[in-house]
Write a new protein. Structure first.
Length: 249
């Protein structure tokens, strides 16, 4: 199983510059302004008109970008989910790794915006309606991951795809919250730590996936070997190599 790419090697999911500058400000830029207002004035006390004015957009533009005030704060999630969908539309040699890479990308984007993400986390924890919306948003990632696996791996038990997606999402969210809420005296969780945890998830699921793939192989493609427990690793390797070579002749 391949390792996750380093943060600098993650796929570039940025939207075209023209799209990001539509209506004078991108949705994420408006959302960041809204978060600042929510922090200064309180969520309930801040109106959509105030957000639009602070962002320099008209009310009609605001409502073209967002359905309501509740939607503003999670605009970057919407953008990331769209980008993940584009990423999953391409072919991937290892779909399980692709899911982990997508999760790592989300983590890295939030790490780059850590200051505003920390403010939002505090607001969400203080506001019940936002906590509910955050729960829905998290479920969208999980559903996106499992839907991708079920689409590109039709032979895999759907339950395995769902369990893997849930495990990746939960692991990502745990590490993300650790990073957001870490204080100065704690070691800041980073992308390398998340990559190690996601690799552990993949290794835990690897035997299940391998058994499923083996069960779907024609009998002629399987090689079963039995060796005594006392056999030396070098002897086992040589015997297997010899047998595999004979099968390809």
């Amino acid at each position: 199983m391949s390792d996750l790419p380093a943060p600098s090697e993650l796929p570039n999911f940025a939207l075209p510059q023209a799209a990001r500058q539509a209506d004078a400000r991108s949705r994420v830029a408006v959302a960041d302004i809204a978060v600042g207002l929510f922090q200064a004035q309180g969520y309930e006390a801040t109106s959509t008109a105030q957000i639009a004015a602070a962002a320099g957009v008209s009310r009609s533009t605001f409502f073209r970008q967002f359905r309501s005030k509740d939607d503003v704060i999670f605009a970057d999630h919407d953008e990331l989910l769209e980008q993940i969908g584009d990423y999953f539309s391409a072919e991937h040699d290892d779909p399980w790794l692709a899911v982990c890479t997508a999760a790592a990308l989300v983590f890295e984007r939030f790490r780059e915006r850590l200051e505003i993400v920390r403010v939002r986390d505090l607001l969400v924890r203080q506001t019940s309606v936002l906590r509910d919306r955050e729960t829905v948003m998290v479920s969208r990632y999980e559903k996106t991951f499992s839907a991708f696996l079920r689409r590109v791996l039709p032979g895999v038990d759907p339950v395995i795809a769902i369990q893997f997606a849930a495990a990746v999402t939960a692991t990502h969210n745990f590490e993300l919250r650790r990073m957001i809420r870490a204080n100065d005296s704690e070691r800041m969780p980073d992308s390398a730590g998340l990559a190690a945890q996601l690799q552990t998830v993949r290794h835990r699921f690897a035997p299940v996936v391998a058994r499923r793939e083996a069960a779907e192989m024609p009998a002629s493609d399987l090689l079963v070997a039995v060796f005594p427990a006392s056999a030396l690793p070098e002897s086992v390797a040589k015997a297997l190599e010899k047998q595999l070579r004979s099968l390809t002749l």
